[in-house]
Design a protein around this ligand. Structure first.
Ligand SMILES: NC(=O)c1ccc[n+]([C@@H]2O[C@H](COP(=O)([O-])OP(=O)(O)OC[C@H]3O[C@@H](n4cnc5c(N)ncnc54)[C@H](OP(=O)(O)O)[C@@H]3O)[C@@H](O)[C@H]2O)c1
Length: 251
């Protein structure tokens, strides 16, 4: 492993897809700043980031405006930041008519507004180095909504559209912005995550029928794509919407 002397900032790094992205970039020699709410979970993921230097910061992203200086102080201890992964998210499944304004607000704050605020903190650092890669973890539901996901789907659609605006505004300074639209990935965001193997097969059979490929995604399926978008392999890629979803979006 060759140390890259670059840092990746990842929100929602304490679990699922974010944890896999942190470990992937660490294995590839990047310094990592892990963000999440849960101190213990973040420490456990950090312990697996053995490639280069890793730090973590635990706070609720709904209060990110109170944490910008501690975040920037952490970054002073790491290599220059070159990649930002806006990954943190919450998912509520319920009928439109039953979805309260509190649930809309929570999903708006965590899934979109906190990404905007985090990007506003990091953007000046990218401008200074005339280089940076922003990866927004959206969802296939942001392109092709499903019943009982109206708030989540609409907010992920906004995240996708915002990514394209970032790509337009950043291009002149070599700041790239892309998004990944995962399909159904086996993480704690889903109730079926906690089921045993046989129960999970039963619970997810209907979901697999929605896909072209007949297995659930893994966090590593997404972390490999994120590594492509964060690294120089994608130096000429911006404004792209990368579907990693077993083909659900075209079925
Ligand atoms: N899994 C899927 O099928 C799927 C499909 C499409 C898109 N996605 C997207 O992928 C991203 C990652 O989800 P996942 O599947 O990996 O779920 P997950 O395992 O539940 O991870 C969600 C992460 O977001 C963090 N988070 C949630 N609310 C937060 C808050 N208020 N403040 C700070 N951090 C917060 C969690 O931190 P704590 O645990 O520390 O609170 C956790 O690290 C999300 O944006 C999700 O919408 C997932």
């Amino acid at each position: 492993m060759i140390r890259k002397n670059e840092t990746v900032v990842i929100s929602g790094a304490s679990s699922g897809i974010g944890a896999a992205i942190a470990q992937k970039f660490s294995r590839e020699g990047y310094d990592i700043l892990l963000l999440g709410r849960d101190e213990n979970k973040l420490s456990a993921v950090k312990a697996k980031c053995i490639g280069a230097k890793a730090l973590h910061l635990a706070f609720d992203l709904k209060t990110i405006s109170e944490h910008s200086s501690s975040l920037l102080n952490c970054l002073k201890e790491l290599s220059p930041v070159s990649v930002l992964v806006n990954n943190a998210g919450v998912f509520h499944r319920e009928a439109f008519i039953e979805t309260s304004i509190e649930i809309w607000t929570e999903q708006f704050q965590v899934n979109l507004l906190s990404a905007v605020q985090l990007t506003q903190i990091i953007w000046p650092l990218f401008l200074k180095h005339k280089s940076g890669s922003i990866i927004n973890i959206a969802s296939t539901l942001g392109i092709k909504p499903a019943p009982q996901t109206s708030a989540y789907s609409a907010i992920k659609a906004a995240l996708i559209n915002w990514t394209l605006s970032l790509a337009q505004e950043g291009g002149g300074n070599n700041i790239r912005a892309n998004c990944i639209c995962p399909g159904i990935v086996d993480t704690p965001i889903h109730d079926f995550y906690r089921l045993g193997k046989e129960e999970k097969v039963k619970a997810t059979a209907g979901l697999l029928d929605l896909q072209l490929l007949k297995s659930l995604g893994t966090p590593e399926d997404i972390s490999e794509a994120a590594y492509f978008l964060g690294s120089a392999f994608s130096r000429w890629t911006t404004g792209s919407i990368l579907h990693i979803d077993g083909g659900i979006n075209i079925k």
